[in-house]
Design a protein. Structure first.
Length: 161
């Protein structure tokens, strides 16, 4: 997400949210089907788990912009985490819980969510400016794009055209 280290996540609101539950680390790990860094899983568990059960956020993928709104709201409520933890939380959410539309998402979103370089994201933007991209196969000639990964994202409803 386009965010600074001051963005924080996972705040308790008047006790209305449940705190981490047994099995949350395993659930967070399992949701990491395309990208798994144990330190990112740990950061999500610590920062978000202070006030939220993993089921609260793992079952609701959102757009890049929507996650930014959620993170900003949690920050306003006073949630905390170290700079490293917050960067890891954002990376985890980008790579595992964010929905992206190849044809309409901002080019700045494509890199973090699709796990591709800025050059590859720019190439996708150039392709879609000429004609809409209608399938993963339309991206087969873009250097650095993992078609298998994109097909998995599409199967899980996280990649739209």
């Amino acid at each position: 997400m386009v965010a600074t280290a001051s963005v924080v996540v996972g705040l308790c609101l008047f006790g209305s949210r449940s705190v981490a539950q047994p099995g949350d680390v395993e659930a967070i790990t399992k949701a990491s089907y395309l990208y798994l860094d144990p330190l990112d899983v740990e950061a999500v568990s610590i920062v978000c788990g202070r006030c939220h059960a993993a089921s609260l956020y793992l079952t609701t993928p959102r757009s890049y912009g929507r996650w930014e709104e959620v993170f900003a709201r949690m920050s306003r409520y006073g949630a905390v985490g170290s700079d490293d933890q917050l960067k890891r939380v954002i990376r985890y959410f980008d790579r595992n819980l964010t929905i992206v539309n190849i044809n309409t998402s901002q080019v700045e979103e494509l890199g973090p969510v699709l796990q591709i370089s800025d050059a590859a994201a720019d190439e996708i933007a150039e392709l879609r400016s000429r004609k809409p991209i209608v399938s993963v196969d339309d991206l087969r000639n873009v250097d650095g794009v993992d078609l298998k990964k994109l097909k998995e994202m599409q199967a899980r409803g996280r990649l739209l055209f």
